[in-house]
Ligand binder design. Structure first.
Ligand code: NAP
Length: 252
């Protein structure tokens, strides 16, 4: 076990994009990190190496957050290798090629909900078992990565994905209230349009370029700009903040 002098964070989907930026920022601020990933082991290992180069501690753990058993296994690996967790960032999320609701299938919608919503709830459950006062824990902080899509609805692109992020907002509100006297704060960050590979999954790698003139600040956002908001919410600087949302979206 790595000695537990520093806070321990699990970041789901941290091999790339926003999750990787959160992992690198938290490592610079002395967190020990579990880099969760699903398929891209090389990318996850690369983030671990970048963290080790700056003197931090990280492990990469494969687990598909759509699979309850794999989540349970990931938390138990973290117990053994990093120690008691204090922070969970539910960042892993998927979307599929842009389309309208009239072309959606149940299989596609269910896959999105299982990954984005069920995965978040099950990760929260495992964190609560370890962090809540009533379970012998010392408290902690959870940040859910939602999206401005939860508010805007993503018409003709991915209403199914937007709906999953609406659920994340509701989970954040409900869970914050459930855990307010258990030493666990629960908040969410709603990114706007951010430069990552996710837009390629939606079938439009250059989506940020197409839409940036519609963003009041006239540009897309960068993963590290989202990471700073996550870090603040996790930290003791946000000690009286729970059940709240930070939009990191350039005004859109
Ligand atoms: P991304 O570049 O596509 O990266 C997705 C990450 O999630 C990867 O690390 C991937 O792992 C992991 N992942 C995917 N499915 C997984 C699963 N079933 N189990 C575990 N990990 C899984 O995405 P991103 O843009 O950084 O998005 C991160 C979060 O921000 C998502 O929740 C997304 O909805 C939200 N968001 C993004 C934007 C944006 O404009 N980019 C805007 C609003 C909200 P592998 O490398 O192994 O595939």
């Amino acid at each position: 076990m790595i000695k537990a002098d520093y806070p321990v964070a699990i970041i789901t989907g941290a091999s790339r994009g926003i999750g990787a930026a959160i992992a690198l920022l938290l490592a610079r601020r002395k967190y020990k990190i579990c880099i969760n990933y699903n398929k891209n082991q090389l990318a996850a290992q690369d983030i671990v190496q970048q963290i080790e180069k700056i003197g931090g501690a990280a492990i990469a753990v494969q687990a598909d957050v759509a699979d309850e058993e794999q989540i349970v296994r990931m938390f138990s690996v973290v117990d053994q290798k990093l120690g008691q967790i204090n922070a969970l960032v539910n960042n892993a999320g998927i979307l599929f090629p842009q389309t309208s609701v009239e072309h959606l299938t149940a299989a596609r919608v269910n896959q999105i909900l299982q990954t984005n919503v069920t995965g978040t709830i099950i990760c929260c459950r495992e964190a609560i078992k370890r962090m809540a006062y009533k379970n012998g824990g010392i408290g902690g902080s959870i940040v859910n990565i939602s999206s401005r899509a939860a508010v805007l609805g993503s018409p003709h692109e991915y209403v199914d994905y937007a709906a999953s992020k609406g659920a994340i907002d509701t989970i954040t509100t409900g869970l914050a209230l459930e855990l307010a006297d258990q030493g666990i704060r629960v908040n969410a960050v709603r990114p706007g349009i951010i430069y990552t590979e996710m837009h390629a999954s939606g079938g439009e790698a250059n989506r940020v370029e197409r839409l940036k003139s519609k963003i009041p600040m006239q540009r897309g956002g960068y993963p590290n700009e989202v990471a700073e908001a996550v870090y603040w919410l996790l930290s003791e600087k946000a000690s009286f903040t729970t059940g709240t949302f930070i939009d990191v979206a350039g005004g859109r």
